[in-house]
Design a protein around this ligand. Structure first.
Ligand code: PMP
Length: 323
């Protein structure tokens, strides 16, 4: 779907996957007005297909668009575009378990010019790709590296938007995590370098027995849709769940005094991943005994059961596309 100043959204088309041709002075290539989303379509037990919370992705896409001075796409148009593609690619939605069809809606500027200003032309696209179960040999905890040198986002920045620049800026810190023998980077706040924000591409949850806490949305972390869903699911299951502030020192202290029983990360790709160990320049420590925790796995099954149609959907999250 195209957008031009004065005309708005027009010319929606369903076309075979193919390369785009790009002018060397395309404004996106220089000034990075790009935003994207990620969501999944799951096969349902009756053979039908359903996407998980596409309206929530559509709303976050609008929030990202505003931050990047891009035009907002109506929620219905976003959802319709995803529906159209999923219907077309229905046989690509895997038939079993955690496997899914991953959808990647995105918007880029298409105007040609070298002046730094919001573009007057944009293109919204959705591509799809089948995604297998994230963990093939069973759920495996990740090890995390606390990034003290780099920050992902600062107050007033683009941290709450899903825009390419945030990910470009993350790559060097993620490489550092790997160099230190860890799987994933964990970001701290930009001002005090003390408060836990999120993992590279996932939000974090801290489990204290029956009490569960996730870092509050400060404006510099991504408001994950999985994170939001788990606030409801955990409450449904009787846990005392809420948002709060957790510092690196809290994490270590609560590990040492035994009150922190599990830590996990959550996002569209892996749904829930247990965190097994933590490392920084100053210290390293395990999370519980390094194995997936009971609460982590219970929440993971509860969410996946809703997504795959094996449990009721009390919050009306599944968007059915028919059998
Ligand atoms: N944080 C970041 C930086 C991410 O890229 C993602 C993945 N979209 C998440 C958190 C989790 O968000 P969601 O649950 O919407 O996938």
């Amino acid at each position: 779907i195209k957008w031009t100043e004065g005309r708005g959204w027009h010319d929606g088309q369903l076309v075979p996957y193919a390369p785009l041709s790009i002018d060397p002075a395309n404004m996106t290539l220089h000034y990075a007005q790009t935003i994207f989303e990620g969501l999944k379509a799951y096969r349902q037990p009756d053979g039908g297909v359903a996407t998980f919370r596409p309206e929530a992705n559509a709303r976050r896409f609008q929030d990202s668009a505003r931050r990047l001075a891009m035009p907002e796409l109506p929620v219905e148009t976003f959802v319709e575009a995803c529906d159209l593609l999923v219907r077309q690619d229905k046989e690509w939605v895997p038939s079993e378990g955690e496997a899914s069809l991953y959808l990647r809606p995105f918007m880029v500027a298409t105007e040609v010019g070298l002046g730094v200003r919001p573009a007057n032309e944009y293109l919204f696209l959705v591509i799809a790709s089948p995604a297998g179960a994230y963990f093939s040999g069973g759920v495996k905890p990740v090890s995390v590296w606390l990034s003290e040198e780099y920050v992902r986002a600062a107050p007033g920045g683009t941290g709450a938007a899903k825009t390419g620049g945030n990910y470009a800026a993350s790559l060097v810190a993620q490489a550092q995590a790997i160099e230190h023998g860890c799987d994933q980077v964990v970001w701290l706040d930009a001002i005090e370098r003390r408060w836990i924000e999120e993992m590279g591409g996932m939000n974090l949850y801290f489990v204290y027995g029956d009490r569960i806490v996730t870092p509050e949305l400060t404006g510099s972390l991504l408001p994950g849709i999985t994170r939001d869903s788990l606030l409801s699911i955990a409450a449904d299951l009787g846990y005392q769940v809420g948002e709060g502030r957790i510092s690196v020192d809290d994490w270590r202290r609560h590990h040492e005094d035994g009150t922190l029983t599990e830590v996990f990360a959550c996002g569209t790709a892996a749904v829930i991943t247990p965190v097994g160990s933590v490392k920084s320049t100053r210290a390293s420590w395990p999370v519980a005994d390094g194995a997936p925790g009971r609460v982590t796995m219970r929440l993971r099954s509860a969410l996946l059961d809703i997504q795959t149609g094996h449990a009721p959907d009390p919050h009306g999250w599944m968007h059915r596309l028919g059998a």
